[in-house]
Design a protein around this ligand. Structure first.
Ligand code: ADP
Ligand code: ZN
Length: 520
């Protein structure tokens, strides 16, 4: 069986060997086994179902949410002489009938279908008349309700097992931590599924996270010095910021194009096409851009805003360097990001259970930003890989982070929040700490509180860094109301009481404070 698979690999696909774990996956599927495959983007997931579709008799049905990509896949397969087609809402009825007939007549090796289409009674009845070799469920993480891309129609796919007994199902995704893996298996009702996880490490990607001060200037500096003529993606959280940033980069002479869900279909297609076909286009985009984009030579992915979770960060940065050559994942983040994301989360109407999961994910993401050890180690251990050495190819490895004993500063910051009644945002509290007599400080009588002026050894930027880390670590909470009002969190008690100490990242060197510093 394996010999036959190798033969097809060579003759049809033109490759000499399998990449791990393709060979094992294909062996399982050929044996009729359900499997879950987790491989990073660009790892070679498609082959895991395309090849068995050729070797098993009948048609392989591929469930994919990305209608735009189906056409590309079909075109690529035709080039290889593989008989394939797709069924989706964009087809006219004549072609649709042709495809259906070809399926029934056993003239298709691979058929792509959108999930909502597949589960329509009409389509299911059609499939019952055909011989099906396997079901491949692409982007299987879409079944996870707590994941970053839940699609309700994916839940219905669980019914495939009962409707088509004996037809192996292969679920594929690029991102799933161990918990999500279990969730995919149970929600899709995969039977005794073998789970194949290919390493998550992308050693050619260099991870860097810098302190945000003037994001656009920092971005420009980064692109100018490191990627003046390269293709890259710049991720922003809002459409407005996408527009502004791409216009601005274009003004600076770069081939920058915007991409977000608010643009017309044509413009999105057009920009995407230019990104894929031209050499040095910089796509400035929201997260709407990227799923399934296969451009091997993206040299950098830049984040101007903090992603919501480590999974999102991993997936977005993973679009860089798919050709295996050095690539950069670069991000700036600051206090405002932390406050903003916390507010969005707390202010959302989502059910509490959902918020709880999101909170943990954001927590993990913030923790990832603030760590002082190897970023890759933390990233990979988040996906269950605990056995990596420090990588030597991330900012914290390349330039060890200085830390300082922020216990006293933290205590001052926390008591200033407390003394001013937990009714104010960072700026006001910092004014109080620094002993300013602004109108607001005076009118609130905050120049009379015991914490007024106790924090003069740090400057404003340093205080913002302290507050960012306090919020980031969950020692201070931010009100969801939009004003950024700070509250003490229970966790901060040991520090206030002097029972715990706190080491902080040194973003900007604290000036002459006499604080002890240590390099790690
Ligand atoms: P994924 O779906 O995991 O993102 P793809 O299936 O699109 O990845 O494959 C990524 C690239 O790797 C494609 O260009 C594909 O042709 C190539 N590829 C896949 N398997 C092999 C292999 N065994 N040897 C060499 N190249 C491969
Ligand atoms: Zn490292």
């Amino acid at each position: 069986m394996t010999n036959q698979a190798l033969h097809v690999l060579k003759e049809v696909f033109g490759y000499d060997q399998f990449r791990a774990p393709q060979g094992d996956v294909i062996h399982s599927v050929l044996g009729g086994q359900d499997v879950l495959v987790i491989m990073p983007t660009g790892g070679g997931k498609s082959l895991c179902y395309q090849l068995p579709s050729l070797l098993r008799s009948g048609t392989g049905i591929v469930v994919s949410p990305l209608i735009a990509l189906m056409q590309d896949q079909v075109a690529a397969l035709s080039q290889l002489g593989i008989r394939s087609a797709c069924l989706n809402s964009s087809l006219d009825s004549v072609i649709q009938t042709e495809v259906e007939q070809a399926l029934i007549n056993g003239q298709l090796d691979v058929l792509y279908i959108a999930p909502e289409r597949l589960m329509q009674p009409r389509t299911l009845a059609l499939l019952q008349q055909a011989e099906i070799s396997l079901f491949a469920i692409d982007e299987a993480h879409c079944v996870s309700q707590w994941g970053h891309d839940f699609r309700p129609e994916y839940l219905k796919l669980a019914a495939l097992g009962a409707s088509f007994p004996g037809v192996p199902r292969i679920a594929l995704t690029a991102t799933a931590d161990p918990r999500t893996q279990q969730e995919i298996v149970s929600r899709l009702g995969l039977v005794d599924a073998h789970i194949y996880v290919q390493g998550f490490d992308r050693p050619n990607i260099r991870y860097r996270i810098a302190q945000k001060n003037r994001a656009r200037e920092q971005l420009l500096q980064f692109i100018k010095t490191e990627h003046p003529r390269d293709a890259g993606v710049v991720y922003c959280l809002s459409r407005k910021r996408v527009e502004e940033t791409s216009a601005w980069l274009a003004d600076q002479g770069f081939n920058a194009l915007p991409y977000h869900a608010g643009l017309s279909n044509e413009l999105r297609q057009h920009n995407q096409h230019r990104f894929l076909t031209e050499e040095s286009v910089i796509m400035v985009a929201t997260v709407a851009f990227g799923m399934g984009i296969d451009k091997p030579n993206v040299r950098f992915v830049a984040h101007l805003d903090l992603p919501r979770s480590i999974e999102a960060y991993y997936q977005e940065t993973g679009r860089a360097g798919r050709d295996g050559l050095p690539a950069n994942a670069w991000m700036v983040y600051g206090l405002q990001d932390v406050i903003f994301l916390r507010q969005m989360l707390e202010g959302s109407q989502a059910p509490e259970q959902f918020k709880q999961v999101e909170r943990q994910k954001l927590e993990a993401m913030l923790g990832f930003c603030e760590i002082t050890t190897c970023r890759r180690q933390v990233l990979l251990s988040y996906f269950g890989e605990d056995d990596h050495e420090p990588c030597g190819n991330c900012d914290t490895c390349l330039e060890p982070v200085a830390q300082w004993d922020g216990t006293e500063a933290a205590r001052q910051a926390l008591s200033a929040v407390y003394r001013t009644g937990q009714r104010f945002g960072v700026n006001h509290v910092v004014d109080v700490l620094m002993g300013k007599r602004t109108d607001k400080v005076v009118s609130e009588g905050h120049d009379k509180v015991s914490t007024w002026g106790i924090g003069q050894s740090l400057n404003k930027a340093q205080w913002r860094s302290v507050f960012r880390q306090l919020v980031g670590r969950g020692l201070l909470r931010v009100d969801p109301d939009g004003y950024g009002v700070l509250h003490l969190a229970d966790m901060c008690r040991p520090i206030l009481k002097g029972e715990a100490s706190l080491m902080l990242r040194e973003d900007i060197k604290p000036a002459k404070t006499g604080q002890s510093k240590s390099r790690v």
